[in-house]
Ligand binder design. Sequence first.
Ligand SMILES: C[S@@+](CC[C@H](N)C(=O)[O-])C[C@H]1O[C@@H](n2cnc3c(N)ncnc32)[C@H](O)[C@@H]1O
Length: 187
Amino acid sequence: MKDHLHRFQYNEQERKKRQDPFKILKDIGLKSGMVFIDIGSNEGFFTIPATQIVGSTGHVYALDIDDVAIAKLSQKIDKLNIKNCLAMTANAEEFCFDQGIADILFLGTVLHDFKNPLKVLKNAKSMLKNNGTLINLDWQKKDMIIGPPPNIRFSTLKAQKLIEKAGLRVVSIEDYDQFYYLIKASK
Ligand SMILES: C[S@@+](CC[C@H](N)C(=O)[O-])C[C@H]1O[C@@H](n2cnc3c(N)ncnc32)[C@H](O)[C@@H]1O
């Protein structure tokens, strides 16, 4: 794992009590046959459910800078005999999957983690289809008993400005629930 200061650790069962990845993915419009890119996927909390939603006619690409997380995701992919997913260790600031392939490019509580979020967003734009959607699901910038400290979280305004600077058009900004906001942007 290069360039990365700490490993993301959490209790998946606890998380599932407050966050249903299937519901979130369906709410953002993920459907059978789509191509979904999960940037900063970690062990695949969203990646694995996405493979089930897009099905055999769709495809999921996942990347994370943390090689241990990608190894665990790859084990899950093998164990579940998933055939429509490519997971790889890479730095999202430097690496892109193919240009113009994604219906949905997903950033799940990760934008504030990048050293250069603008570069990641520009890469995201290049991977989206012309009518593709960028989803930025992130922590609301306020005190909570869970999640990263508020000072490192991005406000919706900060995220919006970065997304627009990368050349994407923000379509909606909403509080998804009591913890997270959801920004949708199109190419
Ligand atoms: C807070 S976790 C979120 C993981 C996942 N999206 C989820 O919701 O379960 C942030 C992830 O981003 C990854 N990450 C941080 N910087 C990265 C970079 N430059 N390129 C790729 N992944 C990165 C971390 O290793 C970590 O797995």
